[in-house]
Design a protein around this ligand. Structure first.
Ligand SMILES: C[S@@+](CC[C@H](N)C(=O)[O-])C[C@H]1O[C@@H](n2cnc3c(N)ncnc32)[C@H](O)[C@@H]1O
Length: 410
């Protein structure tokens, strides 16, 4: 049954929130809407009665079905302000009032996503669906074009579909991780299980026809037709298959620029959770860098890039599980500055060790406001002063927000 609802705010996943709370997708704060209850705490938008001044027309036909975009109907300036607010609210929940120290959110969508994970599912009737997951469901919304992808990732959906088609006989759900590199598409396929020789040969042939730079299965290279390369400052990195990559080129450049600016001119820097060196290789232009990450292939890629780049200071990289074995306060004593950029879980133990150290400057980079706020609270309890936080938006139309938080010793 249809009912009128007033949307009080945009929730932290990008759905409008009415009294209850009742979550209504594709609605905005302040709007009066007609919706029907779906059960639980969800309702479906039927009609916007009083639209928000921030409402704009969606430009993708899959809006509302595809789970990739939650807020395409929210004007970009308002979306940036909303993300800034999400960050402030997460810090408030940790007892930290930071609104006066949070910069405007930087739009880092740039040319679009250079990395995307497509899902392939084989339906009972034998049809193949390749696309993104529906919001709050495992159903796949088949996608032909995604307007959020960078032009360099343009052929990725066609390539993913062709590779999935070739693996149809396995009838397994697949994830295909596509990255745009300077030498072409790099595709890593997950979920296949072991593949027989004839199928591998077929994939090699297909990679040639699709002109992929590299094709790998679960990180094992099937064929490398051209070495994938990414420019990172003065260095050129060959990323490990399927390894972590910031979602947009501008996002990586923006985060790295903020980290470099916050650290300033120092002699020795530690880059923890360094991945393949997005920050370490740039920091090494002016300082000696120690870098650590649990992903050994990423650490090896970073080391190789540092060795072959000219004009960098010394870079020492170590494969290390920083959840189990964080850098201790004693180990950190030789650094003037530390930056850390953990996965969504944050870096609780590492933050505790930093809090017990005497490192002068600490720069936390994060893709999860809640764990960033938790780790920030640990640092401030250890005597660090939170100087500034800069939100960065490289996941346009989603509720994700990245941030760079800068701390100094009291
Ligand atoms: C958000 S990424 C950041 C990578 C890099 N700073 C960049 O911008 O490309 C998080 C990194 O944490 C690493 N990681 C995940 N769990 C880890 C652990 N337990 N110990 C050390 N590194 C870990 C991942 O391998 C990944 O490279």
């Amino acid at each position: 049954m249809a009912e009128l609802l007033r949307i009080s705010e945009l929730g932290h996943r990008g759905d409008g929130v009415a009294d209850g709370p009742l979550y209504v997708g594709r609605t905005l704060a302040g709007e009066l809407v007609e919706a029907e209850r779906l059960g639980g705490d969800r309702a479906r938008l039927l009609r916007v009665v009083e639209p928000s001044p921030d409402r704009v027309a969606a430009y993708c036909p899959e809006v509302g079905r595809c789970g990739g975009c939650a807020t395409q109907e929210l004007a970009q300036a308002a979306a940036l302000e909303w993300k800034r607010g999400l960050l402030i609210a997460a810090f408030q929940r940790e007892g930290l009032e930071v609104a006066d120290r949070v910069d405007p959110c930087i739009d880092a969508h740039g040319a679009g996503r250079r990395r995307a994970t497509f899902h392939a599912r084989f339906e009972a009737d034998g049809r193949l669906a390749v696309g993104f997951a529906e919001a709050r469901a495992h159903t796949i919304v088949p996608i032909r074009v995604c307007p959020l992808l960078a032009p360099q990732l343009g052929g990725a959906l066609t390539a993913a579909r062709a590779i999935a088609e070739a693996l149809k006989g396995k009838r397994k759900p697949l994830d295909l991780v596509a990255s745009a590199t300077a030498t072409g598409l790099d595709l890593d396929v997950r979920g296949t299980g072991p593949l027989p020789e004839p199928l591998l040969l077929k994939l090699v042939d297909l990679a040639g026809r699709l002109d992929l730079a590299r094709l790998s299965i679960h990180g094992d290279v099937v064929v490398e037709r051209r070495r994938p390369l990414l420019s990172v400052g003065r260095a050129r990195v060959t990323p490990p298959p399927g390894g972590f990559l910031q979602a947009t080129v501008l996002g990586e450049e923006t985060l790295a620029r903020l980290v470099q600016a916050a650290i300033g001119r120092t002699k020795r820097v530690a880059d923890l959770f360094c991945g393949a060196g997005a920050f370490a290789l740039r920091l090494a232009e002016t300082a000696e860098v120690f870098a650590a990450d649990a992903d050994r292939p990423a650490v090896e890629a970073l080391s190789a890039a540092a060795r072959s780049a000219s004009g960098l200071k010394r870079v020492q990289a170590e494969a290390r599980d920083l959840f189990r074995r964080p850098m201790t306060a004693a180990e950190l004593a030789r650094f003037d500055a530390v930056t850390f950029d953990p996965p969504r879980a944050g870096a609780e133990l590492q933050a505790r060790a930093i809090a017990a150290s005497k490192v002068r400057r600490v720069v936390a980079v994060s893709c999860n406001a809640a764990t960033l706020a938790r780790d920030a609270a640990i640092l401030t309890r250890g005597g660090y002063v939170l100087e500034r936080i800069t939100p960065v938006d490289q996941f346009r139309h989603s509720a994700h927000v990245e941030a760079v938080a800068v701390f100094g010793r009291r």
